[in-house]
Design a protein around this ligand. Structure first.
Ligand code: GDP
Ligand code: ZN
Length: 285
């Protein structure tokens, strides 16, 4: 399902119905979202949405429900991968029960093996591709063949180029990189789902940066370690479990695992930086 100014386009058995939602959804502050599975009463080519099925997850920005995989795109070069952005986005995906897949793009420009290896060792799915020579596109295509998938990553990393490669009929505008800034311009459109093989791809413009403050549900400092899957086997053996921040020395099993080479130090640095960002967040009062 996707929506345009008050209408929701619901696909059922190969047809698309232009639906309105019952007013009660708006009162419940629970309007249908792109990606929702809904029950509706058809009336010719139109319809009325009467029920939204329970969601696996949903995001406020961009507004989308039931995402299965989040493809986090970072380019091998121009711009160079921003590891903190990757680490924030993987944490965000894990928190929302969305499977993160890291995609290193523009492999025609530079070697990505050192970056890729670090993330593979941290337990993530990692793919690589080039929209210029087509390298890696078959594996990427198979990874998005099912479920609801979205692409994210900084502007200029090649998201539109990948989507255009896989779905030529999309013909998204690609941004020429401004050499001065080393990153692309920013464009904003509304979220839409496109059929791809047995799944869907969400076109989620403006979803490059994740703002934890803006995204409705905040990650609290107590929940952050669980968003770093490779910490899992260490967190419970901390001396101060369950209240350890896992950021400083003194008997912390996570910090020890970093020192002993079992956890990537750069990943732990990202964790500490995120911890500083979220530690002031208060539970809803
Ligand atoms: P987006 O902002 O993430 O959607 O990035 P775009 O798809 O607009 O690409 C930004 C710039 O990178 C454009 O100038 C593209 O031509 C270029 N680009 C995209 N993919 C590749 C690639 O695989 N290799 C190379 N060399 N350049 C690419
Ligand atoms: Zn600890």
């Amino acid at each position: 399902m996707h929506s345009i100014s008050g209408f929701y386009y619901v696909e059922a058995a190969g047809f698309v119905y232009e639906c309105k939602a019952k007013g009660t959804f708006r009162k419940d502050r629970n309007a249908p979202l792109v990606g929702d599975r809904v029950l509706f009463e058809p009336d010719g080519h139109k319809g009325f949405i009467i029920k939204i099925e329970p969601r696996k997850n949903y995001l406020v920005r961009p507004p989308i429900a039931n995402l299965d995989k989040l493809f986090i795109v970072a380019s091998a070069d121009r711009p160079k991968p921003n590891l903190y952005v990757i680490d924030k986005l993987t944490a965000f995906a894990v928190y929302h029960k969305i499977e993160p897949v890291i995609v290193f793009s523009k492999t025609d420009l530079a070697d990505i093996s050192s970056f890729a290896d670090a993330y593979i060792r941290s337990g993530f799915s990692v793919l690589s591709c080039s929209a210029v020579n087509g390298e890696g596109m078959d594996r990427l295509s198979d990874a998005i063949a099912n479920g609801i998938n979205a692409f994210t990553g900084n502007s200029g990393v090649g998201k539109s180029s990948i989507l255009n490669y896989l779905l030529p009929e999309l013909s998204l505008e690609t941004n020429e990189i401004s050499d001065k800034l080393g990153r692309g311009k920013h464009t904003t459109r509304s979220v839409k789902l496109y059929r791809y093989r047995n799944g869907c791809i969400a076109d989620t413009p403006g979803f490059s940066s994740i703002d934890f403050e803006e995204n409705g549900e905040r990650i609290m400092k107590e929940d952050l370690a669980a968003c770093f899957p490779e910490f899992e086997s260490y967190t419970s053996s901390c001396r101060f479990f369950p209240s350890c921040s896992h950021t400083v020395d003194k008997g912390c099993a996570v910090v020890k695992a970093v020192q002993d080479g079992f956890i990537n130090p750069q990943r732990h640095q990202s964790y500490c930086r995120m911890y500083e960002e979220v530690k002031g967040f208060k539970h809803w009062n």
